[in-house]
Structures are given as C-alpha cells and as structure tokens.
Design a protein around this ligand. Structure first.
Ligand code: CR1
Length: 833
C-alpha cells in the first residue's frame, strides 16, 4: 500500500456496529500483550513481536462480537450454510480485520505513537496461503461477504501445516521450498479440543442383525485418527457479525499409540502417529490436477467426515433427532468436487449411524447439497480408482454403487436400455481400473449445480454435463464470481479509497458497491482525473520499489504497468504475452527511436512443481527479461519483471499499481477469473479474450473501455473442427516466425539455444492446443492499439475511472446474495442493536 490517509474515524461514527477503542487504550493493549503474552521488553521487540502484540490487541476487541454472533446464531436456531472447501487463500489477516472492525486508524495511530511504521510491522505477518489460486481465493472472499451480509455460515477446511510452496528463482528457473507458515503459530487460530472427532480408515464392512431381526451394515475401520478443529474468526465489515472458518488438523489417537506401545512396538507407534498426522501436513500444489494420490483422497475424506460430524452434532444439540427439518437448518456448498465424498459420507452417517432409511436419507442429501463447478479442463475432472476406495473406504464404495444403481435405473426409466447413454451417465467409469467420477457423484447428490460465470455455466450445460442437464435442467444455474471490495480496494488501495469516499461524500460504498456508479460523472472531470492518476502513479512508484527490491529491476513509474498475475498455465497463455514482448523488443532494436509508450511487463505466477512446460515458460520469461532489462540500446523503453513468490499480499501491492490487466486465455478455457475483477476495480484496463467473466466485464464497462482480441469460443471450436495447423500461421507471419525462432537461438541463451525448445514445440510441433499462434496477430494489434491510446492521458484516465465506476456487479456481496437466495434459501441474522 502506498498512500495512507484518514477517513476511518468518520466512518466509525456512521456505523454503529464498529468496534470502539481509543488510541490510548489500543496502545496500552499492545504494550500489555508485549509484556504479558509475549514476555518481551519493548526495547528488544522485533517487528514480528509488534505485529503479534497488535494482532492480539485487535483480537481482544473482536472476541466479544465473535462470541455474541455464535450465541445469537445458536439461539435463533436459524438455517446455516456450510461451505466445504479444500482451499482457503486468506493472505494476511490482521490488516483486513482492522479494516472490517473499523480499527484501522486507531491501530495506525497507536503504532505511530510508539514510533513504529505500520506498513513494515504488518509485513511481518506470514500469508495464510492454504490455497492454490482462484478457487481458494474465491472461498476467502466468500467468507468475508457472508460475515459482512450477516449470514450464518461456517467455512470448513484443512489446517495445512505447509501452505502453497514458496517460489524463488535460480538462474531464472523456479525453485520450490516449503511454506512453513505455522512454524511459530498464529494468533488467529483458536483450538477447540472439545469438538475433536474420530475418523476411521480402511477395514471392512459387516452385516449385523438388530434385536428386531433387521439386517444392517456396519463399517469396521482398520485404523482411526482424530480431527482437531481450529477456528479462525472472520470479521464482517462493520464487525456486526463475526463468523469463523473451522480448519481440521489430523492427529493420532492415543489408543493407537498405547496399543502398539504395549505390544513392544514403540517405533511402530511413533511411525503410526506420524502417518496419521501426515494427512493435514501439506496442501497439494496443483490447481487443476491431483488425480491418483491416495493421500489426497484421504485429505478429502478426512475433512469431509470431520465437518459432517460437526454439522450433525450442532444440528442434534438444537433439534434432537428431528431429521425432518435437517434440510431446513443445513445447506452445504461443495466447492468443486474436492468434497464430493460428502455425498456418500452423509448417507453413511444417516443410514448406518443414525439408523434412517435409505430413501429418507437420500432425500435429505439431495436437499442439502449444492455443487459448484470451477473448470471445464478435462484433466481437472476428478476420478478416483475403485480399488483405492475398496482399500480406504469400503463402505463408501458400497454406498456409491447403490447410489449409482438407483440413478441408472432412473436413467433407464427415461431412455430405456440405451447402453451408450447409461455408460455416459454412470458414476462409475468402466475400465481397468474402474473409476469413480466425482463430478457425476456431485451432480446426482445435489439439488443445484452452478458454474462461475455466464459463459462457463453455458458451456457446462453444453459440454461436460450435457447429459445431466438434459435430465435435470432445473438443477443448473449460474453464479458469476465476485471479489470482496474490502480487501481488494479499501485495504489494498487506501489512496483510491479515500478519494472515492471524498468524491462520493459517502463511506458506505465498501458495503454497497453500486455507489461507485456515482463516479461516472467525474470520468471527464480534469481535476478528478488528475487526482485519480496521481494516486495510480504513487501506487506505481511504491510497486517499483518492491520490484527493485525483489527482482533488482528498475521500473519507470511513467511506463505502462502491464500486469499478468495468476497461476502459470498453458491455457492462460503467459507465453503469448512473451511473444508480444519479443516482437516489441525486435521492433525497438530495428528502430530504437520508435515512438512507443514505454512498458513494464510485470508477471507473478507459480507453476505446479511437476508441470515442466509451465516451468519452461517461467524460465523463458526470466531469461528474455534479463536480456531486455540490460540492453542499453532500447533506452529503458521496455522492462520485464517476474516477481517471485506471487501471493495474496503481493497481489495487494501489484493490483493498485496496474495500468493493464492481461486476461488472455484461450476462449472457453478460463471458467471465470477473479484477478480480472480486482484489477479492473482498481482502474487497470483489461486486455482480454472473450472468455470467462471477461465477457461480463465487457458488458459492464462498455467496449470503449476494454481491449478485446482473438477468437471467441465458436471460432475456436470451428477452427479446431476444420483442422488447425499452427505451422500455417508460423509460415505466413514473419513476426511470429522471428519471435519463435529467436527464442531458440544463441541470442538469449548463449551456448544453450535449445533451452526453450519445449515452449516452441508446444505451439508448433505438438499442435498448439491453446491456439497461441492463431491469436498472435490479433493480440499484437490490440497491444499496439493500447500503446497508442495510452499516449492520450485524458482518454486513458477516463477509461480507468469508468472501470472503477462500473465494477459493482463483481462484488462478492452480489454473488453471495444470489447463492443465499437461489440455492441456500438462507436468511440473514442481523446483528443485535
Ligand atoms: C478457475 O480456473 C475461477 C476460479 C474460481 C478456477 C478460475 O477461472 O475464477 O476457479 N478453477 O471460480 C479451479 O481452480 C480447480 O478449478
């Protein structure tokens, strides 16, 4: 964050729910914690100590709200939504909690009085990086909106000991190291040992006869472990409601240790213990593929059973065994198929443990569950092998077979004995081995299936889930993603936030983003434009310092800051961006005086550790960048910076400083995107394809305020059907040919010209699956056009302002309200007056 100024105190007067603490009290609280909680003398205190003491001071302030929210929700016995997600990409928690509780100014002032720099103190907090990318960050934004809108909600997940790996570069290549974020604990995690649950694994299934002579089935697990819950408070804006995330940690059971120990197997006992605790050890670092790993399936089952047992415990404590109203009290959202095992697990808990009949249990399941799909990429559609299930979850496999048998007989009642249809719709995929299709299990077990942008939801119905859509069209709906304006504007871009508050003469816009429309009338006001662009420049200067620090690259804050920040994937086409950089560089070498707008290309992206081509692209960008950045001939008109270890905190520095937002995926491949929304909200102009939520961004901002290029979904499909050959493009496009050939010459990698062969091959020899060559010229043209438009400062400012003014649709408050109304049937529980 660059500029800080004060408007919070006014806001606090307005909103009666804000936490109230004076600067003096807050300062004393920090000092109290420094001494009593941390046992530290202030003269010896490190930045981390100051951050911890500040976090503890703000935590104290919100605990009352936390407890009162829980007890109000309990007393009201209202319906709750339970969000099941294997990932939460929360980032740092302290600053956002200060924003939402209204204590930001107080904390800032208190630290100032203690002679400390707020920003550098806050920077001591390690990111809570328990997610890979968009899916995990969406889950985090949703928690913020649920609390802000006063919805009774709990987010369930895993407390990974190691979050997403830390990325560094060596010779331009990605190196991964473990993210030991919990090494010294976190003041935001509160353990709840009293809600520990038991988790079975493996073993066998037995039939048992009851006293009345009925047969029932029982799972006798081979091993058992414990799930211990840790709660992370989620403070809504205004602090009227404080919900929580409940994250499960796996632990060994004491019994297990004792048995082995008694048998003389001390080392075995320790080994067993370590195995049990492996489950919550590490987040898998792939954002689209994680098939086949047994530990991953164990993670999924572990957090699902812990969460469902917790939900049932809460339900029973309020409603006893009144199962008829279970679905009136409980809504469960499955964030992708990662928690899909919840469907057979809830069936098991209801049928085997609670003794309900199959039909009743199934009715409950299909009223409670709803499923969100986040991608159409075939490699991301989860399938688990039947032999795995047999070994790990034998009873669940039986239940899945039973669900499938009933489902397929329903299919047959519609279509007759159409074996093709039946094979296509079966939850079990035939083959060696047989596989359980988790997406199909999710669809069959849910009453709602949604995609995450209009285009994506449409394609879902037409492609991967077409057969299901034909049978149950009423299940399918769209919920376009959103982002929280609290973190992504108010906290991340205080300069712009203050300008907005002053201009609109209102500080309620973070909770009512439609108010931003009021900025439209200032879009051509030269005074407002000046202020708006001054803030952008300050943010750019701030980012330039960070880039200098992290990459050693000098960026000129007057250059166009052209930003592509997201996971590294071929479909996201960071390499298309690279090809334009090469083209521009070549142009400048031919004519160093060419009148182009200076550009700084800024990247942030992690590649999955096993994804070789993605890593090759990172290496290529770093290598080309290094040559460009050190080439005096081009007079600093072009710079390339790849910021290492892109994460939520870096995003909060990069996004407010961006002029251009690269959203250049192959049409039909990016389900939604959410970075596109954050960047546009902060006044970056989208350079994008007609993909995901870009389509809706275009609708909102208008075609004059965005750069659209490339093929649309129909054109992509048509070209594929006709037989696309990237060589034809290569042979007929001189610039493309030069860029690709240059990449594998001695120029960039003296002595190792084949270093980037894989990249080049992927877009030529291997068929160019993501149509980089096909979209190359259109992309270059759009980029050149953008460079020209940037020269007209007033026009650019107007475009940027209109982007900010027209982004209100993309508040996650809008998204969450739609989920609540259309899917969860959920009422708000307003804070106590
Ligand atoms: C999509 O790729 C979307 C997020 C959140 C990602 C991205 O376009 O914005 O989900 N999908 O909905 C994903 O991670 C496993 O799938």
């Amino acid at each position: 964050m660059a500029k800080k100024s004060s408007s919070e105190s006014e806001a606090r007067k307005e909103c009666k729910f804000y936490v109230n603490a004076s600067v003096k009290d807050f300062k004393n609280s920090i000092l109290w914690h420094m001494e009593r909680s941390l046992a530290r003398a202030t003269v010896r205190a490190t930045s981390r100590d100051w951050w911890l003491a500040t976090a503890m001071a703000v935590r104290d302030e919100i605990m009352g709200r936390f407890i009162s929210t829980m007890s109000r929700q309990y007393k009201a016995n209202s319906k709750r939504v339970y969000y099941l997600s294997l990932e939460y990409l929360m980032g740092r928690l302290t600053e956002d909690t200060l924003t939402n509780s209204g204590l930001m100014d107080v904390a800032r002032e208190a630290l100032k009085e203690l002679g400390l720099d707020f920003d550098s103190i806050m920077a001591s907090e390690v990111d809570m990086g328990l997610g890979n990318g968009g899916l995990g960050r969406l889950a985090a934004c949703f928690q913020d909106s649920l609390a802000t809108l006063d919805y009774p909600a709990v987010g369930y997940g895993i407390l990974y000991e190691f979050g997403l790996f830390t990325q560094s570069f060596e010779g331009g290549r990605q190196i991964e190291s473990p993210d030991n974020w919990l090494k010294f604990g976190s003041p935001w995690d509160i353990v709840r040992p009293e809600y520990t649950v038991k988790v079975g694994i493996g073993g066998r299934v037995e039939g048992v006869m009851s006293s009345t002579g009925d047969w029932s089935v029982r799972w006798i697990p081979e091993g058992e472990l414990l799930g211990v819950p840790w709660d992370v408070p989620v403070v809504g804006y205004g602090a009227g409601t404080v919900n929580f995330l409940r994250l499960w940690e796996s632990r060994a059971t004491n019994e297990l240790d004792l048995n082995a120990f008694n048998n003389g197997g001390y080392t075995q006992a320790v080994h067993q213990k370590a195995m049990s605790e492996t489950i919550s050890k590490v987040l898998y670092p792939n954002d689209k593929t994680e098939n086949g790993k047994i530990l991953r399936l164990m993670q999924q089952y572990f957090f699902v059973t812990c969460s469902l047992q917790d939900i049932i415990r809460r339900f029973k404590s309020l409603n006893g065994e009144n199962w008829d109203i279970f679905a009136d009290k409980v809504a469960i959202q499955l964030n992708d198929t990662h928690p899909a095992i919840a469907v057979p697990e809830l069936m098991r808990l209801l049928v085997d443990v609670e003794g309900l009949g199959w039909d009743k249990s199934w009715e409950i399941c299909t009223h409670v569950f709803a499923y969100t799909n986040h991608t159409l990429l075939p490699e991301a559609l989860e399938k688990w092998s039947v032999p795995f299930f047999e070994k790990l979850l034998p009873r669940h496999l039986q239940i899945i077979y039973e669900i499938n048998a009933r489902w397929l007989s329903y299919v047959e009642s519609i279509y007759g004995r159409d074996s093709d249809k039946i094979a296509r719709l079966s939850i079990i995929e035939e083959g060696a081995p047989k596989m359980v299709r988790m997406a199909y299990l999710s669809v069959v077990g849910s009453h709602s299936v949604n995609g995450v942008a209009e285009l994506h939801s449409q394609l879902l119905k037409e492609s991967v889930l077409r057969d299901f859509y034909q049978i149950s069209p009423e299940k399918f709906n769209n919920k376009t993603n959103g982002i929280t304006p609290r973190r992504w504007l108010k906290t991340a871009n205080e300069g712009l936030s203050d300008l907005i508050t002053k201009t609109l003469k209102s500080d309620s816009w973070p909770k009512n983003l439609d108010e931003l429309k009021g900025l439209e009338k200032f879009a051509e006001d030269s005074d407002f434009q000046k202020k708006y662009m001054e803030i952008k420049r300050e943010n750019k200067a701030h980012l330039a310092k960070i880039v200098k620090d992290l990459c050693g690259v000098d960026l000129n804050p007057d250059a166009i800051f052209d930003v592509q920040i997201k996971r590294l994937h071929e479909y996201k086409r960071q390499h298309l961006n690279l090809l334009y950089i090469l083209t521009l560089y070549r142009r400048l070498l031919h004519n160093p005086d060419a009148d182009i707008s200076p550009r700084a290309f800024i990247f942030g992206a992690k590649a999955a550790p096993g994804y070789d081509l993605a890593k090759n692209i990172i290496w290529a960008i770093n290598t080309v960048g290094n040559v460009i950045n050190n080439d005096a001939r081009i007079k600093g008109k072009l710079k390339v910076a790849f910021i290492p270890n892109y994460n939520v905190s870096l995003a909060m520095d990069i996004i407010p400083a961006a002029d251009v937002s690269e959203q250049i995926s192959t049409a039909g491949k990016e389900a939604s995107g959410t970075g596109n929304m954050k960047l546009a909200l902060n006044g970056a102009i989208t350079m994008g394809t007609l993909d995901g939520a870009n389509v809706e961004i275009l609708e909102e901002v208008g075609k004059d305020n965005v750069f659209i290029f490339g093929m649309n979904v129909d054109e992509v499909q048509k070209l594929k059907a006709e037989g696309y050959n990237p060589w034809n493009v290569y042979n007929s496009n001189e610039n493309l040919k030069s860029a690709l050939d240059w990449l594998v010459s001695d120029y960039f990698m003296p002595g190792n010209p084949t270093a980037f062969e894989p990249l080049r091959k992927s877009v030529l020899d291997w068929g160019d699956q993501f149509m980089v060559c096909a979209d190359y010229q259109s992309y270059c043209d759009a980029q050149d056009r953008l460079g020209e438009v940037y020269k007209d400062k007033a026009r650019w400012a107007k475009m940027a302002i209109l982007n900010t003014a027209r982004m209100s649709k993309f508040s996650s408050d809008r998204t969450i309200s739609e989920y609540a109304d259309d899917i969860w049937n959920l009422e708000k529980l307003p804070p106590r007056e």
